[in-house]
Design a binder for this molecule. Structure first.
Ligand SMILES: [Fe+2]
Ligand SMILES: [Fe+2]
Length: 533
């Protein structure tokens, strides 16, 4: 524990300790641009404004200097200004490794600036690996929902050496630590740098990225820190797509379509008072930042256009979606499933044959059977037991294939990978008391805050409905922590292509943080290559 404590305290230094003109880069992380074979962003934060922030990109002959763009925001709760920098490295060669360093004129380490290497995405039908989890938090135990396991989770990504990592929302839970949101982000950024400086980490926003005081949607901190592929709408950075090899990756912002209210919230009885320097008014108990419908359909229209485009593009064999919240989760003590995603997006996933949906939100591991379509009016009201339409997804296969291979053309498999590294593993699942079979909570309407039993304290009602989780294939009851590792094999022309999932879980991490991730589940999806027709 002494070692952990020492690490934790060193992580807490930084932004506040740098002095007035400290432009030393920290929290360095990479993301792909629109074309991952040719464009990578290097992003970072410095304690104070950087002078001539830049990346030195190692080339075959000389070093190229790429100047960084500054994006800053002032936290709406504690008034701290955060300076972020983004260098866009363009015109790179596909499938190539580059060395880079990050510096500024007022970099304390200017003599030996931070440097690392990364690899661009390959072109064409070539094998590659990606990894995914959500709900990471920070290793600094004084922050709400943080846990030392988040350090091991970042190390796990490095151990599996993916081309890139999908971080599927709830990055650091800064919004639970009202007085110190930027400091929580800083501890998250320093921890993640161990991997994200070496390979792109592609995030999607989760409910805990929604912060009071930081923009109309609460995403200003998230959006300031990340440079992401474009989506051609006025909601830059919240959803995007990119293609690697023969796989199209689509990252969505499910807060736009879910019914549940899980953004920033003041429970009471005290009001939340922002620092006077912000000029922001106190926020009354019972206030929540509920943003369902924020894009007024723009995201769903973009998703449909993107999927329709993919259907015509024979270079795309696979469609992988990441989002934070869950359409198919039977967690008992987590959130459960949300009918909003089932209504807005599952019909599109069906129509265009999305292969995998990677989510977090519930801090556990669950895998669905391949699903297509839904059954109506088979849910039950959580209180009265009366019939409720939960749009229960319909499994098309309900047994593990003898050879472990699923025909991906039959249905979409949903995975809950919410076991990054929070202090709240939720690996308990619903069971129908009468049948003994899996049961899911389903949220079918907004659960806005209401006065609770204690005077002045507001609560949000839990899920309003239940259904038999006939779509649930596998649930990890041993631990809530793990990482999904995915290997794409393009196969041969006129033949099959496969994606193999291996889920490794951190046995014992629910009690004691551990670096040991062991194989828990594996399966292979297979389909015809589209260039063979
Ligand atoms: Fe979470
Ligand atoms: Fe969440």
């Amino acid at each position: 524990m002494t070692g952990l404590a020492a690490v934790a305290s060193s992580l807490s230094l930084g932004a506040e300790s740098g002095g007035a003109a400290d432009g030393t880069p920290e929290q360095i992380h990479l993301t792909f641009g629109d074309d991952p074979a040719r464009c990578v962003f290097v992003s970072w934060v410095s304690p104070a404004q950087a002078i001539k922030p830049r990346v030195l990109l190692g080339g075959k002959s000389a070093e190229t200097v790429v100047h960084a763009v500054q994006r800053a925001y002032t936290d709406g709760l504690n008034g701290q200004t955060v300076f972020t920098y983004h260098a866009k490295l363009q015109g790179l060669d596909a499938g190539s490794r580059y060395r880079y360093s990050v510096t500024a004129d007022n970099d304390r380490n200017r003599a030996t600036p931070f440097s690392a290497t990364f690899q661009t995405a390959p072109r064409g039908r070539v094998p590659f690996r990606w990894t995914s989890y959500g709900d990471l938090s920070t290793p600094v135990g004084s922050w709400l929902l943080s846990s030392p396991q988040s350090r091991f989770a970042v190390q796990a990504v490095e151990r599996f050496e993916p081309l890139f990592h999908l971080l599927n929302g709830d990055l650091c839970y800064a919004n639970l630590n009202h007085a110190a949101q930027p400091a929580v982000w800083a501890d998250f950024g320093r921890n993640v740098q161990v991997s994200a400086a070496n390979r792109p980490w592609m995030p999607c926003p989760g409910n805990h990225e929604i912060e009071f005081g930081n923009g109309a949607l609460g995403f200003d901190s998230y959006l300031t820190r990340y440079s992401l592929p474009s989506n051609g709408t006025s909601f830059a950075g919240l959803w995007y797509r990119f293609q690697v090899g023969s796989a199209l990756f689509i990252s969505l912002s499910a807060d736009d379509v879910i019914y549940q209210d899980s953004g920033a919230f003041v429970a009471g009885p005290e009001e939340l008072r922002p620092a006077p320097s912000t000029g922001n008014a106190a926020i009354a108990p019972g206030t929540s930042l509920y943003i369902r419908g924020y894009s007024r359909g723009a995201q769903t229209r973009w998703l449909e256009q993107t999927l329709a485009g993919a259907a015509k593009d024979e270079s795309i064999d696979w469609i992988i979606v990441q989002m934070h919240q869950d359409a198919l989760s039977s967690s008992k003590n987590g959130n459960g499933s949300d009918r909003g995603i089932r209504e807005a997006w599952l019909p599109l996933f069906d129509r265009y044959g999305v292969d995998l949906v990677l989510c977090g939100h519930d801090h556990d591991y669950e895998r669905s059977w391949p699903v297509r379509g839904c059954n109506h009016d088979v849910g039950r009201d959580a209180v009265t037991g009366g019939a409720v339409d939960t749009c229960q997804p319909r499994p098309v296969v309900t047994a593990e294939p003898p050879d472990g291979k699923f025909d991906a053309s039959l249905g979409t498999i949903h995975l809950i990978l919410g076991g990054g590294g929070t202090s709240a593993p939720l690996d308990v699942y619903g069971v129908n008391a009468r049948s003994g079979l899996p049961e899911a909570k389903v949220i079918t309407k907004p659960n806005r805050p209401a006065p609770g039993p204690d005077p002045g304290i507001f609560v949000k009602p839990g899920a309003d409905a239940r259904e038999d989780a006939i779509w649930s294939a596998r649930r990890d009851t041993q631990t809530g922590y793990g990482i999904g590792v995915f290997d794409l094999d393009p196969g041969e022309r006129h033949g099959k292509t496969t994606v193999t999932l291996r889920y490794y879980h951190a046995i014992g991490a629910d009690r004691t943080p551990t670096a040991n991730y062991e194989l828990f589940d594996s399966l292979t999806l297979t389909k015809d290559r589209r260039d063979g027709k």
